[in-house]
Design a protein around this ligand. Structure first.
Ligand SMILES: Cc1cc2nc3c(=O)[nH]c(=O)nc-3n(C[C@H](O)[C@H](O)[C@H](O)COP(=O)(O)OP(=O)(O)OC[C@H]3O[C@@H](n4cnc5c(N)ncnc54)[C@H](O)[C@@H]3O)c2cc1C
Length: 389
């Protein structure tokens, strides 16, 4: 396979500024040089490529669309393009960057005290510190409002008790953003690794997101000082606002995975010959799949770009982001399935990236609001009727 040069059927590049194309090129080169050669081994062995963390920090990938505290201050379109390129490499790597930026740096930046921002943002930006975001619990996934993790005041401190699960970066995180129910409603806490009463354990046996660490977090009479609470995060809308940031990145990221699958299949079908020594790409049924994929990728690109431009002028709403996430993830999953098919038996081999993307995208469909939940968000937006219960 030749080096990845992007997928641009509709001259969407002409809608990007020179700076945006430069940011994308930097991320693309990083993925080509540092991710593509090793990701297959990491995926097979179930290991996260830790060595890439400082490099991604230096390139400004963490909290790229935040300003100050060492952050790159990029536009949301530039940030989205980085996510796209990273997920072309692997959804697990993009998940790491999404969690670090959108789910850890963003809440500290938006809801944290000045002291919390000064202390944590520069370290997280550079990758010297790693963060995780603990919202999901064993009994509460799609409905985080039911959470049972409790924070109770004790003098000037807070005592946390409860369980979080399916937490990306959990056991490798220096700092966990943890959401708990208190007498003041849902509040966010910064819990440092090594705090007494806080422990983590990794989830093994995943057949998806194998190059990403996923853990459970346990809090047993875990005492944290009052200064560990995010002072401005009040109520469930705070963690939900973080999820909106991350979902925006997912809406872009999955285009990268889809492009990789499509381009792999396109090149393969031009070379692979069957029946009268003709490339399989010459058959109408094969072309129909390629045509479907390039059309859907193009529509997803337009949606993501428009979402990015709207976010840059603060006009985007959570219901828009739900459509972006739901549509683009479903599109990418279908591209992965069709591409897998077009490679025949080779489609199941790890020599090609398709099966890895396909397995990863099954997680991406579930996390950050399942396809169903985003369907209901869109349904509520157009009818005014909430159908979650
Ligand atoms: C690899 C991985 C990494 C993750 N990382 C994180 C992380 O860093 N932090 C974090 O907090 N969480 C994380 N998650 C958890 C993720 O957000 C949840 O898995 C997700 O919210 C779904 O919750 P659940 O798995 O409990 O499924 P459930 O909520 O039990 O849903 C199961 C099925 O029921 C459907 N369903 C539920 N309610 C409704 C309804 N009202 N109407 C229609 N259908 C419904 C769902 O759509 C789904 O199809 C991660 C998950 C995975 C797999």
């Amino acid at each position: 396979m030749s080096a990845f040069r992007g997928v641009d059927y509709f001259h969407i590049d002409s809608l990007l500024s020179e700076e945006e194309r430069l940011v994308r090129q930097t991320a693309r080169q990083f993925v080509e040089d540092r991710v593509v050669p090793n990701i297959r081994q990491h995926y097979n062995e179930g290991t996260f490529p830790h060595d890439l963390v400082p490099e991604m920090g230096e390139l400004g990938f963490f909290g790229a669309n935040l300003e100050g505290y060492g952050c790159a201050g990029m536009s949301n379109v530039e940030y989205g393009l980085i996510m796209q390129e990273l997920e072309r490499g692997d959804s697990g790597l993009r998940s790491f960057v999404s969690v670090q930026g959108a789910l850890v740096m963003y809440p500290i930046y938006t809801y944290g005290s000045e002291e919390q921002k000064q202390r944590w943002l520069p370290q997280l930006q550079s990758g010297k510190a790693i963060g995780c975001f603990g919202l999901t619990e064993p009994g509460f996934g799609s409905n985080p409002g039911g959470m049972t993790t409790r924070g109770v005041r004790d003098g000037g401190d807070w005592i946390l008790n409860g369980e979080k699960t399916w937490i990306t970066n959990g056991s490798i995180a220096d700092i966990a953003v943890v959401w708990a129910r208190t007498e003041e409603g849902v509040r966010g806490f910064l819990v440092e690794r090594g705090t007494k009463g806080y422990s983590t354990s990794d989830i093994h046996g995943k057949l998806s997101m194998r190059a990403s660490v996923t853990s459970s977090l346990s809090f047993s009479d875990c005492r944290v000082p009052a200064s560990a609470m995010l002072p401005e995060a009040k109520g469930l809308k705070a963690p939900l606002s973080c999820l909106s940031q991350a979902r925006f990145g997912i809406g872009w990221g999955v285009i990268g995975a889809a492009m990789d699958c499509y381009e792999t299949a396109r090149q393969y079908t031009m070379l692979r010959k069957q029946f009268d020594d003709k490339p399989i790409a010459s058959h109408q049924l094969v072309q129909e799949k390629l045509a479907w994929m390039i059309t859907e990728i193009t529509k997803a690109q337009v949606l993501a770009l428009h979402a990015g431009r709207m976010k840059d002028v603060n006009k985007i709403e959570p219901a828009h982001i739900s459509m972006l996430k739901r549509n683009n993830v479903a599109m990418a999953l279908e591209c992965a399935r069709l591409s897998r098919d077009l490679l025949g038996a080779n489609g199941i081999m790890d020599e090609y990236p398709i099966m890895r993307h396909l397995c990863n995208l099954e997680t991406v469909k579930t996390y950050e609001g399942t396809d169903h939940i985003h369907t209901l968000v869109i349904g509520e937006r157009v009818t005014g009727i909430a159908a979650y219960k």
